[in-house]
Write a protein that binds this ligand. Sequence first.
Ligand SMILES: [Zn+2]
Length: 491
Amino acid sequence: MKKSTKKPALAAANTPSDNNLPSGSGPASRGNSDFRTIAEVLDTRLPFGLQRRTAQSVLGPQSAVSLAELRTDVHGEHAKGGSLFLCAQCEQPVFVAQRPAEPDVPRNGDAAYFKHFSAEDAPPCSWRTQNLSSIGAVQYSGQQEGLDHLTLKNALAECLKHDHRFTDVRVEKRVAGKDGNWRVPDVAAVVGGKVLALDLQLAALPISTILERASFYEENDIHHIVLTDAVDLVRLTQQAFCDMHLTMGGRIFAVDDSSIAASLSSGRFQLKELSIVPRLVPGRPVHNIWESRLVGIDAILMDPFQRRKEGERQYSQALMTAANASFGPQRQAIRRAAAKNMSSAAVFEHWNHIARAIGGLNEDSAIPQGVGAVLAFLTQVEICCNVAPDQRASAQLELQQRLKTLLDSRHALHWAPLVVQVFKALPGIEPAICPANSARLTALLTQTHTVKPTLRWYAGMIGVLHPFLAFRLLVKAPKFLPSLRLPASRA
Ligand SMILES: [Zn+2]
């Protein structure tokens, strides 16, 4: 076997600005190692007494998607009166913040840090920092509520009024909830006996406000839609917008000239839908682009959970189709060998073929970093999901064996975040593991060593081989903005 080098070897030359490339050792290499004032937290999802984790090990390995999901989970739990994470020093609840977007700030967990929720009677803590204006906390000021915003609201209302399926179309009118609370959506209407509320996201709101608003509408059985428009497009890469579209299957609605024109001329309300889709270009890492299309009320009024699932499924399917077209036989050969738990030299020939095609890491890195055990585990996860009832017990036993091998391997610390991602993607898998697996995983998650971004280095390879993980490992806000045309009156 060839000697492994410190830096993982790339199979092909890449452009450094692209997705999923080895990016040094994280923030420390960029001279930003001191931005995590809260160095350790208690992760309340772990068994009591075994909850202390470094902030780096929790946040560093997060992808853009899992980070948005984590932020949402933390705030959701806080709204219910619970806490996912506590400051290890004062044991007060903390949330996940993200450093403001700048060219050298990654949009994944490398730039995330913990921060105390503000509380009036909180005990003093040397890790508590002043609440500076953090990302997403830009106030929705009256200044931004200019003529443009009003023009756009009125245009939306016109579109709804031209469609006879909508009644009671109103601009900036109070919508009351069951418990006496109320909100003022930009535009509201009634369709099929149900209230529809539309909000133009012209300014980035804090995630807590977004979630609060969403739960008000959900509790009151009001269909709520957040829209973006051409003026907001540059913000699609900002955390507040990523929180919205990355937790919605990579989808967000928009209003533009063409959606307004189509609505008015057809008498059918339509919006633009922007969705993130994968692109495979030979020799380059898997990357993402925005696709836009006009959609009618089938898509607009779709149940949010279904809409999210559909977005994730479409992303995985598009990637799988592209992968099979480019290197189908090699992909299948690796999957077959992994199902039998074989990681022979022949398998790594196929691996190198794919690595060259998508700018992934070749066998020089993959073999010593224990990729064989990873693929054996992931393949068995898929087998367990599709197994016949009479073979479930033996499939689960095999899963436990393979997970043990992975978690006992030399690079287990750096692969543990992958196992967590698998459980998030397929909640049915976690109950299939054994107590010894769980104990070993907890031991790894609570280690104090720096966790390498191994998962990020292999995101492309794992995504094309196991598409059920593709969305959460590979999706991030595309670098290039979609093209939307401003309504003529605002240009
Ligand atoms: Zn504290």
